[in-house]
Write a protein that binds this ligand. Structure first.
Ligand code: ZN
Length: 234
């Protein structure tokens, strides 16, 4: 394996109030490590005026904000949308910016953490860099290279994303280290809900079983309390 790439996260505005930056920093990967957090609270006036109160940034605005930031991979995160409907945009060879404004509403409804979306995007950027910008495909295959032209499709390729056979074949033609793709796929599978969330969702979708378990637990507690009372009653 090659050395992990150093990722610099650039918080634009107050985007970090919407996710847990420590959770991202703790993420273990053989492909990258988040070793630098750069914060740019003051954003310029947006240049796009759509006649309403919405704030939309052009990709030129974002390029200026990321211009002086360095790192193997630079990932800006902003809570405002970009022009032309983009939610992710690349600047040169190793700089990207991710808008979480619209994705976070879709992810929230699907019980997917925004941190998982950010991590998945970093993995995608790493592969873009390694493959010299392998093109995304327009159809949705649960693949990390899905274009997500319909933004709602991010629910299919954020958690446990795959690398589809076509993309895998293209990557295998590149001069990547042995097992690079296999290990990459394994790490993608680890981007998933935590255990507590899975239990919560399972209970929500099995209400009757949850009620039965709750009833059994109440009965056992009642029996135990009765036994203790009999043992220690004076
Ligand atoms: Zn694919």
């Amino acid at each position: 394996m090659t050395e992990p790439l150093n990722v610099t996260i650039v918080i634009l505005g107050y985007a970090d109030s919407l996710f847990d930056i420590d959770l991202l920093k703790k993420h273990q990967s053989s492909f990258f490590k988040i070793d630098n957090i750069c914060i740019k609270r003051i954003l310029p006036d947006p240049q796009i005026h759509d006649g309403r109160l919405d704030i939309i940034y052009s990709t030129d605005d974002i390029a200026k904000l990321l211009k002086d930031v360095t790192g193997d991979v630079v990932v800006g995160i902003i809570d405002y949308p970009f022009n032309r409907g983009f939610f992710s945009y690349g600047f040169g060879h190793n700089k990207y910016c991710l808008s979480i404004k619209n994705p976070r509403f879709i992810l929230e409804k699907a019980n997917i953490r925004i941190e998982n979306f950010i991590l998945k995007s970093i993995y995608k950027y790493i592969l873009f860099i390694k493959s010299n910008n392998l093109k995304s495909h327009r159809d949705t295959r649960r693949c990390i290279f899905d274009l997500n032209g319909d933004l709602r499709d991010i629910v299919f390729n954020t958690e446990k994303a795959i690398i589809c056979n076509e993309c895998k074949a293209k990557l295998e033609k590149l001069n990547l280290p042995q097992d690079y793709i296999t290990l990459f796929e394994k790490e993608l599978l680890h981007i998933d809900k935590d255990v507590m969330k899975k239990v919560e969702l399972w209970l929500q979708s099995h209400v009757y079983i949850a009620m039965l378990l709750s009833g059994i637990a109440s009965l056992l507690i009642s029996i135990l309390a009765n036994i203790l009372y009999q043992l220690f009653a004076v």
